[in-house]
Design a protein around this ligand. Structure first.
Ligand SMILES: CC(C)(COP(=O)(O)OP(=O)(O)OC[C@H]1O[C@@H](n2cnc3c(N)ncnc32)[C@H](O)[C@@H]1OP(=O)(O)O)[C@@H](O)C(=O)NCCC(=O)NCCS
Length: 156
């Protein structure tokens, strides 16, 4: 694949973040959830939500492929908050590059154990990246449906 550029996302990327987020859930999320469950997961996403999250201290790292925002990973403190890849760019190690970037920064800031709540569609990816399942966690999606998710951790 072409070169992947990793950079921090800004407020100006909000619309592109939304497009990636919706496409990832709607297509790749279907590996583990029904169409209705994915709709409930994606329900209520807005561009302003990313702006608000950035302003609240969440860092968004973006992957740029062929001049397009193709994926993002967000994190705060010791937690990976989100990781989404546009289906056009899946299984090309884009998420792995973003996760390594976030992990490296967390490690440098003194984090000893990284935590995240993984959607079932992402569990094989995180396991391949060295995360282990601690327990199943309740997850009430924005659309109201309750889905299964998994608390996973990795020692730095
Ligand atoms: C999970 C996700 C982020 C992975 O992104 P990606 O860029 O395709 O992942 P990578 O190419 O870096 O995958 C690295 C390795 O993880 C594993 N992996 C990734 N996706 C996998 C899948 N669907 N099934 C099984 N293993 C998978 C593989 O070992 C893969 O290496 P390989 O392709 O050489 O076999 C992406 O599929 C996605 O956005 N899914 C939908 C949204 C989601 O569930 N996000 C997480 C929310 S908590």
């Amino acid at each position: 694949m072409s070169t992947v550029i990793i950079r921090d996302a800004t407020h100006d990327d909000a619309d592109a973040l939304l497009a990636v987020h919706q496409a990832a859930i709607g297509t790749l999320g279907r590996e583990a959830y029904t169409e209705g469950e994915c709709e409930s997961w994606a329900f209520g996403l807005t561009s302003s939500g990313y702006v608000n999250s950035m302003d609240a201290g969440e860092t968004f790292v973006a992957a740029i492929c062929a001049d397009t925002l193709a994926a993002f990973c967000s994190y705060m403190d010791n937690e990976i908050a989100g990781l989404f890849v546009h289906p056009q760019w899946s299984r090309q190690r884009v998420a792995s590059k973003l996760l390594s970037t976030a992990e490296g920064r967390m490690r440098q800031s003194g984090v000893k154990k990284i935590i995240l709540d993984a959607a079932a569609s992402a569990v094989p990816f995180y396991q391949a990246a060295g995360y282990v399942i601690e327990c199943q966690t309740p997850w009430r999606t924005r659309g109201g449906l309750s889905l299964s998710s998994y608390r996973m951790t990795k020692d730095c």
